[in-house]
Design a binder for this molecule. Structure first.
Ligand code: NG6
Ligand code: CA
Length: 517
């Protein structure tokens, strides 16, 4: 054998061996990707600047920071809306919320917003063999709008794809203030039936408005109706005493259910939507967190939420599930400091900036309304890092479908699985943002906010809403805080943005009663 020939053999051997190995590696990746568990941890009103990994310094969030450090932290991750119901609708259905005129902040008596024939993340995963569960905040309506809370409540989460559901119907500040497990109010005493109304009070029931002396937390705006646990709520409720939740125990209650869920389903592929209630009002952290942030109940509730996430991740770890579970952590909308209770959030905020450098907050069309913490974590599969790709929660349906090789999808939801896993940085080029039924367009680095009449600021919550009679055009690359409106100085860009916006959105003036100049 001459030297050349032996070299040839050696090199081809090496090539064959390494290709073979690479193939094996790809195979191994594909196999371990087949039906991984999927968990969405979804905070309520957690702002872009509320997390250490996103720049918070006064507020300590070690467990979220760890997920960010050991996973992928998105700098341009978006909720579909600046309020809860529309964001949750988009998250679960992969449909932009502005396509559904009822996708607005819902009262506790609203009918189910999701059509039971509609594809949803849990339905799609169920069809692939997953067990599916939700623990926490629902806020997507229940029943047909005439619910008898003392009977089986349906349709609800169970009818749109969840095998197991342990939820609160709407929000912590809305009645009914009870947990509902698979369609039944948990712990209800039939001799003390529940009645709920958003129209009128029940005879003899004290309210926050009439009986402020009964309150342990005073309302600031709204929230002056039925009193439960010394906190007045939105809406009226009577009865159901034994079923009423204890606000300070809510985080633990949901955590334990979430832990029980993953323990029970550890041996089959599962999907858990763990929808935390914090830091939405009323902020009622357990006593062991009281004072922990130095920022009053809002900060303490974030510390509590962070602790819950840590405890939950520990459970996954102890069950040996970390290598086979994709965890996505995000928030349903941006932050608000005073959202209707006098809870010291404003007074004790100090130098903390819940929105980071972003403008606006919850309810706002400015960035802080929808740009939220967004982290993906999957031990051994997602390389730790930071992604600047634009990604929206509306894309989770298509992206998770790709993960489990499902063909399900919608025209709004797009497959960005490789972006979520950190294998690509090519996220969305354009994205429609929504806030209280108004819409804006992000395209490339640009944001267009069309003219909307209405107050520039909601003074109760002290948040700039994004309304103006002028067109607003911002370049986020140079101006992340949206301070320089370039609509007048860059008419070509404005026109291009308007054209794209109208193409996606149709004639939005019909729905928004806009007065365009
Ligand atoms: C608003 C409430 C606010 C909060 C919000 C829903 C008043 C004055 N304000 O109407 O406190 O409950 O609805 O928040 O009632 S969300 O995060 O669920 O969208
Ligand atoms: Ca919310």
């Amino acid at each position: 054998m001459n030297l050349k020939f032996s070299l040839y053999i050696l090199i081809s051997g090496v090539i064959f061996f390494s290709c073979h190995n690479e193939e094996k590696a790809v195979d191994a990746k594909a196999t371990s990707r087949t039906l991984p568990n999927i968990i969405i941890i979804y905070a309520d009103d957690l702002g872009y600047g509320d997390v250490g990994a996103y720049g918070a310094t006064q507020l300590k969030t070690p467990n979220m920071d760890r997920l960010a450090r050991e996973g992928l932290r998105f700098t341009k991750g978006y909720a579909a809306s600046a309020t809860c119901t529309p964001s949750r609708f988009a998250l679960l259905t992969g449909v932009y919320p502005w396509r559904n005129k009822d996708a607005k902040i819902l009262p506790g008596t609203a009918p189910l917003l999701i059509d039971t024939g509609q594809i949803t993340v849990p339905k799609m995963l169920k069809s692939k063999g997953y067990h599916t569960g939700i623990v926490g905040k629902w806020h997507l309506g229940l029943g047909d709008g005439h619910v008898d809370w003392n009977k089986h409540i349906a349709p609800g989460p169970n009818e749109v794809g969840f095998d197991y559901a342990y939820i609160m119907a709407a929000t912590q500040d809305r009645v009914p203030t009870v947990y509902i497990e698979d369609g039944f109010v948990a712990g209800l005493d039939p001799s003390d039936p529940i009645e709920v109304s958003y129209e009128q009070n029940f005879a003899g029931q004290p309210t926050g408005k009439a009986n402020p002396e009964l309150l342990k937390m005073m309302w600031d705006h709204g929230h002056d109706q039925t009193i439960v646990n010394g906190i007045s709520r939105i809406g009226y409720m009577k009865g159901g005493e034994s079923a009423k939740w204890i606000d300070e125990n809510m985080a633990d209650t949901f955590l334990v259910r979430a832990q029980q869920y993953v323990k029970a389903h550890r041996s089959e592929p599962f999907f858990l939507y763990y929808a935390l209630q914090q830091p939405h009002v009323p902020r009622t952290p357990h006593a062991r967190f009281a004072g922990s942030s130095g920022m009053g109940p809002r900060g303490d509730a974030i510390v509590e939420a962070d602790w819950c996430i840590g405890a939950f991740m520990k459970t996954l770890e102890s069950l040996g599930l970390l290598e086979n579970t994709l965890v996505i952590l995000s928030s349903d909308n941006g932050p608000v400091v005073n959202d209707g209770y006098k809870d010291d959030a404003v007074e004790k905020l100090g130098s903390h900036t819940p929105a980071g450098v972003l403008r606006g907050g919850k309810y706002s069309l400015f960035e802080a309304g929808t740009r939220v913490p967004f982290i993906t974590y999957w031990s051994g599969q997602i390389k730790p890092g930071v992604s600047d790709a634009v990604i929206s929660q509306v894309d989770l349906l298509a992206s998770l479908a790709a993960l489990v090789q499902s063909k399900e999808g919608t025209s709004d939801s797009r497959d960005f699985l490789s972006v979520l896993l950190g294998e690509s940085q090519s996220g969305r080029d354009e994205l429609v943002l929504e806030a209280t039924s108004r819409t804006a367009l992000r395209k490339g680095d640009w944001v267009l906010i069309p003219p909307y009449p209405g107050p520039a600021k909601n003074t109760s919550v002290n948040i700039e809403l994004g309304n103006s009679i002028e067109y607003q055009l911002y370049n986020l690359h140079d101006d992340l805080s949206q301070q320089n409106n370039l609509a007048n100085s860059n008419p070509e860009k404005l026109k291009e943005m308007m054209d794209t916006f109208q193409k996606i959105r149709g004639d939005y003036r019909d729905t928004e009663a806009l007065e365009l100049k």
